[in-house]
Design a binder for this molecule. Structure first.
Ligand SMILES: *[C@@H]1O[C@H](CO)[C@@H](O)[C@H](O)[C@H]1NC(C)=O
Ligand SMILES: *[C@@H]1O[C@H](CO)[C@@H](O)[C@H](O)[C@H]1NC(C)=O
Ligand SMILES: *[C@@H]1O[C@H](CO)[C@@H](O)[C@H](O)[C@H]1NC(C)=O
Ligand SMILES: *[C@@H]1O[C@H](CO)[C@@H](O)[C@H](O)[C@H]1NC(C)=O
Ligand SMILES: *[C@@H]1O[C@H](CO)[C@@H](O)[C@H](O)[C@H]1NC(C)=O
Length: 532
């Protein structure tokens, strides 16, 4: 049996089993045409065609004249299928039931058939009248449809969830480290050791900041940074993490010191400005979180909309995700306050790998600009390097259109050198919060996802474009980067879903990251973290 629906949905063609030359073409083109109706017709036809013999065998209860039962129906339809007269012989009651809004029929009845086979068996045994037939058919189709829809939404969401949830191996690592922290004094070392503390505010060192709650990822960034640095003894790496990750993070770097580099591990709660007084980032996040949770009625309302396409639903749910609003992402707007005595820092995301000596970043003349970043609108790779302001901001909004140029080149977070001295003379953080508020006021219609859009706005006019060598993007969302291209970049960035610590990572690119994981390490081994 083959079914064919014309693209315009005007015709349904049913081709019976091979060898059978005849076929049925049903015109479904009516003013009330809907996909659902076509679907019903299709199923109805399939069912009837396949089981005409069953139908004709079912005795009628009501007698031939009224012809409201399946048996009668089958007898009437049977001979006419080949005569292409089908529509007129379907009892009106069937259409009535099928066209009723779903809520009026009991679709969630547990005894409604789950599969076509069950349905057929039930029809055979029960010999129902046309109405019951239609109700059961509808219940089954509605259920199947609902399940297909749910599966679709889940499929779209899967990729997102797969990239934002913590794989169990990483969870295991955090738990084991937390255990070490509480039982092993070697895992509780003060980081850095007291005699090195002055280096934390010494501008003759190279200062790096890494904000992460992913210990394995942080360890790769740190190892790759230190191993490739010309003078590792001059590195100060400030690792910022959240309260729950602080103990395991400290345990990791106590047990795996990267001497001679100086590593500092700090929880956000250890920063003075964070615990004292009004902290705009917390306030803004709280408001933003609240707005997001109520955005479009919240997640349950989004899922409940039966007319929306699954792909759109998944995208809407994604906009609510806390991942795009995490403190770790917003924190970089506070670098001048977090490091009041430091003049210049390189801020690294936790999904990057350093492959070169990055001390040369300090030689770049910033021309008074605050943020040294790689631009993302030029370059060989048309897919990754095609981002302009219009890619992130909603230029249908007068507020955006008035202040910005849609074709202005965007730049990337992930590997930025910030001149904190120059930053302190600007209004960047202020602008950032001003626009976060504007976005909240306009119901998240200026932009929807992430911290880059407000960053683009806040750093507008304060960005110095650096050589793309310093930051190769896209390794987490497309795999047409060749390994040799990636190897020749100074820093590679697995931005996108396919993070190197996940199963969905691109296998040919993953070794560039796993290279910096020691798979013989006791903790790594005990959590079954493997190279592939
Ligand atoms: C459901 O989605 C459709 C299509 O986008 C939209 O027109 C409709 O207003 C939505 N319904 C509700 C209740 O949000
Ligand atoms: C920053 O901008 C706000 C208004 O946008 C203004 O109130 C404030 O004085 C400015 N601060 C500086 C240091 O320019
Ligand atoms: C962009 O702004 C327009 C105008 O206000 C609005 O109708 C639209 O929904 C916005 N787009 C998004 C994706 O929010
Ligand atoms: C790179 O891959 C993406 C999808 O993985 C594709 O859409 C894009 O066209 C590719 N770009 C090039 C230049 O091949
Ligand atoms: C990897 O871990 C093992 C076991 O802890 C250790 O003996 C080895 O020196 C480590 N290798 C590197 C390159 O750090």
């Amino acid at each position: 049996m083959q079914l064919h629906i014309s693209p315009s949905l005007r015709h349904v063609t049913v081709l019976p089993a091979k060898g059978f030359k005849e076929f049925i073409k049903v015109k479904v083109g009516s003013k009330r045409l809907s996909y659902r109706m076509v679907f019903y017709c299709l199923l109805f036809l399939t069912f009837l065609l396949r089981f005409v013999f069953v139908l004709t065998a079912i005795d009628t209860i009501d007698g031939e004249r009224k012809c409201s039962t399946l048996g009668c129906l089958g007898k009437k339809i049977g001979p006419r299928i080949l005569g292409k007269r089908l529509e007129s012989t379907v009892p009106e009651v069937i259409y009535q039931v099928l066209e009723e809004p779903s809520e009026q029929t009991e679709i969630q009845r547990p005894e409604s058939p789950q599969t076509l086979d069950e349905f057929i068996a039930e029809m055979k045994d029960g010999r129902p009248d046309a109405k019951t037939f239609a109700v059961k058919l509808k219940a089954m189709v509605t259920q199947l449809e609902e399940r297909t829809r749910t599966a679709k939404i889940q499929e779209y969401l899967y990729r997102h969830v797969a990239s934002s949830s913590i794989p169990k191996q990483l969870h295991c690592l955090a738990l084991k480290l937390a255990h070490e922290h509480s039982t092993n004094s070697n895992a509780r070392l003060q980081l850095p050791s007291p005699e090195l503390v002055p280096a934390l505010v010494d501008n003759s060192y190279y200062h790096f900041v890494l904000a992460s709650d992913n210990i394995l990822a942080a360890s790769v960034v740190a190892s790759s940074l230190v191993q490739n640095f010309i003078r590792p003894e001059k590195i100060v790496l400030h690792i910022i993490t959240d309260r729950k990750t602080y103990a395991p993070m400290q345990a990791w770097f106590s047990l795996h010191p990267l001497t001679p580099a100086i590593i500092e591990v700090k929880g956000l709660h250890h920063f003075d400005w964070f615990t004292k007084g009004k902290v705009p980032v917390l306030e803004a996040m709280e408001k933003d979180q609240k707005a997001r949770s109520q955005f479009r009625g919240g997640s349950s309302a989004i899922v409940a909309n039966k007319t929306e396409k699954p792909k759109i639903i998944a995208a809407k749910l994604q906009a609510l995700s806390p991942k795009y609003n995490s403190l770790m992402n917003h924190i970089r707007i506070h670098l001048p306050e977090l490091f009041p005595n430091v003049d210049k820092v390189v801020f690294l995301d936790d999904d990057i790998v350093v492959q070169t000596d990055v001390s040369r970043l300090w030689d770049i003349e910033m021309n008074g600009k605050v943020n040294g970043a790689v631009e993302t609108c030029r370059g060989e790779d048309k897919y990754v390097m095609s981002k302009r302001f219009k890619s992130y901001l909603n230029f249908s909004q007068p507020l955006i259109a008035k202040h910005f140029d849609p074709s202005e080149c965007a730049w990337a977070y992930g590997m930025n050198i910030f001149d904190l001295k120059a930053w302190r003379n600007t209004n960047i953080s202020h602008t950032y919060y001003y626009w976060l508020q504007q976005n909240l006021k306009s119901d998240l219609s200026l932009w929807q996802l992430g911290t880059l859009p407000p960053g683009l706005i806040a750093f507008h006019g304060h960005v110095h474009a650096i050589d793309p060598f310093w930051h190769m993007l896209g390794l987490g969302y497309q795999d047409n980067t060749t390994v040799s291209e990636a190897q020749s970049a100074g820093v590679i960035h697995f931005n996108g879903r396919a993070k190197p610590w996940l199963d969905i990572a691109f296998p040919q690119l993953r070794p560039l990251w796993t290279k910096y994981v020691n798979f013989s390490d006791k903790l790594i081994k005990s959590c079954h973290i493997r190279a592939s």
